[in-house]
Design a protein around this ligand. Structure first.
Ligand code: T5A
Length: 200
């Protein structure tokens, strides 16, 4: 099973991914936790370039770098792990590319879907949790750290990203579970675990 965790920066998806991992391990399941971009030596180098560089980057360069990091992760980690029957939990996946590059950067979403297919070789998440928060909450939760290159993109960009995630969730309700993540951590994780139990 392949489960992804999505939402805007600071929505709390990493916190919830860790809670799901703990829960699954307590049930005796074998769990692999990953993040995008990242998870292999090359993908982590690409992550550094994408997030830490202060240099301006063309949106096509940015898109192709996210897809390149994904292709590596699929080939080196996700495909082999799925053959071993592990439960794979991934902090972001291709919905982030549609939301950030498609809606945020206003790039063509059909082109992005094609690149997503090429980079993943057709691998899709079985289940996606989308943690919905307002831009204000996202900013509050990210306020005590230095913003990376993506996080410095500005309010209009992030409002388009939120609109993108909302649309993706509405288009695929059978895969994408939208969770109100503006609540207490424990209330959010109760909902997530409850949804997960239904599927397991
Ligand atoms: N990106 C990524 C693209 O543009 N295209 C792509 O294709 C991909 C894959 C990646 C960046 O790259 C972009 C998107 C991103 O900008 P990232 O590592 O995913 O970056 O970074 P963030 O989304 O910023 O991840 P974070 O780990 O910083 O944020 P999370 O995971 O949303 O939030 P989390 O769990 O770390 O929590 C943040 C803070 O809030 C608190 C936590 O304790 C923490 O302090 N918190 C809560 N507080 C109150 N109530 C709750 N319910 C809370 N939940 C968490």
């Amino acid at each position: 099973m392949f489960i992804t965790f999505e939402g805007i920066d600071g929505c709390g998806k990493t916190t919830q991914l860790n809670k799901v991992a703990e829960f699954l391990k307590s049930q005796g399941r074998k769990v692999l936790t990953l993040r995008e971009p990242g998870g292999t030596e090359i993908s982590e180098k690409i992550r550094e370039l994408l997030l830490q560089s202060k240099k301006e980057m063309h949106s096509m360069t940015e898109l192709l770098l996210f897809e390149a990091a994904r292709a590596e992760l699929i080939d080196k980690v996700i495909r082999p792990a799925s053959k071993e029957g592990e439960i794979i939990l991934c902090d972001r996946f291709y919905d982030s590319t549609l939301a950030y590059q498609g809606f945020g950067r206003e790039m063509n979403t059909d082109d992005i879907r094609l690149l997503n297919r090429l980079a993943t070789g057709g691998i899709k998440p079985d289940l996606t949790f989308y943690f919905h928060v307002s831009l204000n909450i996202s900013k509050q939760r990210s306020s005590n750290r230095n913003l990376d290159r993506m996080e410095s993109a500005g309010d209009d960009f992030f409002l388009r990203v939120i609109e993108g995630f909302n649309k993706l969730a509405a288009d695929e309700p059978e895969r994408v579970i939208k969770i109100d993540a503006s609540r207490e951590i424990s209330d959010v994780s109760d909902d997530v675990i409850c949804e997960l139990k239904k599927i397991l």
